[in-house]
Design a protein around this ligand. Structure first.
Ligand code: SF4
Length: 378
């Protein structure tokens, strides 16, 4: 296992004189075995876990809690972003640290959570009976021992108003050997409705990972996949289609394609929404409807997720893309908000300037090229 920048250098994955961010580094032995050591700069797995000097480039408007997840909640571990749903952080650890992690602020400080935070969290759930759906996350909940995970799940199940429990994890990808029968039993027997995985590239579906998924299925665990759209990893139609089809074949429903969030230092990973919509549109018709993911943007400042469909755009700015979307969305929380048109908007006293040219500067030319190529082929 690699746990430092120096060890990355010694493994030949980084150059010693590369400038690098002062953030936690971790790579499991399993992922290390999948990386193309001869060409890590182009390997879709290395790109997700090896520090990149571009992470030092922080754009105006990027924030560590860009989704505004931590504005309302209890203890330091439960946060309510939607009227009926909350997240519960149960672990600060992961088997590997993804460079684009939305919750970098959490996974890099595993020492924050205290037992009395959890008592406050369960008390909050008992009081807020409108919360009926809890996402158990971290870090990675499947890093916990089965008995510790079972403890949290049982506590949740004791609260009558909690009807649905979900788990978010990358363990089947990053450390499939942790997926034991006992861990599966705990998940299957304690009211977890879905395990949401995050596969981003078909190469992650190693034989060990396929076996872990098959074990989870044998225990009756239902799984979804939430892919993050990442420049240079999966931002092309063929890769995304292959990923969806392989997951579908293995009984994991491709559920979301997420626009990469506005976390500091991630502009080199971020694609334009124009490109995301293009890729998404090319999946339709070539994938069965049940395996067709939704393309989602999780809007800043707690405004919530919206589907990147034309139905949700209420304003168009042809200058931004030749596809036409300008981009004001409807959301369930804030009826109308603007994204990523070149305007400020105010929401709960926050201001944002959101523009593809501002937030995805590394992808503008690539998007134009992709659209032009598609046009030529028509
Ligand atoms: S496994 Fe999840 S929580 Fe951990 S670093 Fe990756 S995205 Fe973040």
């Amino acid at each position: 296992m690699i746990t430092s920048f120096q060890a990355m250098v010694e493994s030949g994955l980084c150059k010693a004189d590369d400038p690098h961010p002062d953030s936690a580094v971790k790579l499991s032995d399993h992922l290390l075995s999948l990386i193309d050591k001869d060409d890590p700069a182009r390997c879709p797995i290395a790109k997700q876990f090896v520090p990149n000097p571009m992470e030092l480039k922080v754009l105006k408007g990027e924030e560590w809690d860009s989704l505004g997840e931590e504005e309302r909640g209890a203890g330091n571990v439960l946060f309510q972003k939607y009227p009926n749903r909350c997240v519960l952080y149960v672990s600060g650890f992961c088997a590997a640290f993804c460079r684009f992690c939305t919750r970098k602020r959490r996974v890099e400080d595993a020492t924050k959570d205290k037992d009395n935070d959890y008592e406050a969290a369960f008390e909050y759930l008992r009081e807020h009976t409108e919360i009926d759906d809890v996402l158990v996350t971290g870090g990675d909940p499947m890093m916990l021992t089965p008995s510790k995970l079972e403890f949290y799940l049982r506590r949740l199940n004791e609260i009558p108003s909690v009807r649905c429990i979900r788990i978010g994890t990358r363990i089947p990808i990053s450390d499939p050997n942790r997926v034991t029968d006992e861990l599966c039993r705990v998940i299957a027997e304690n009211g977890v409705k879905f395990v949401n995985c995050q596969f981003n590239h078909p190469k992650e579906l190693s034989p060990q990972t396929v076996e872990a998924l098959s074990k989870m299925r044998r225990h009756g665990i239902s799984m979804n996949n939430q892919t993050v759209l990442l420049k240079g990893v999966n931002d092309d139609v063929e890769t995304m289609r292959e990923l969806c089809m392989k997951l579908y074949q293995l009984g994991v429903r491709p559920y979301y394609i997420y626009q990469c969030d506005l976390i500091p230092g991630l502009s080199h990973f971020r694609t334009t929404i124009t490109k995301g919509r293009f890729i998404h549109s090319r999946l339709r018709g070539f994938i069965s409807g049940v395996a067709m993911p939704f393309y989602i943007v999780d809007l800043p400042a707690g405004m919530g997720k919206v589907h990147c469909t034309r139905d949700n755009f209420v304003e168009f700015d042809p200058e931004i893309t030749n596809q036409g979307p300008g981009v004001a969305f409807d959301t369930s929380i804030n009826p109308t908000l603007e994204y990523p048109v070149r305007k400020f908007f105010n929401y709960q006293n926050k201001s944002f300037l959101y523009d593809e040219r501002e937030f995805c500067p590394e992808d503008i030319e690539d998007t134009a090229r992709m659209l032009l190529d598609a046009k030529k082929r028509q």
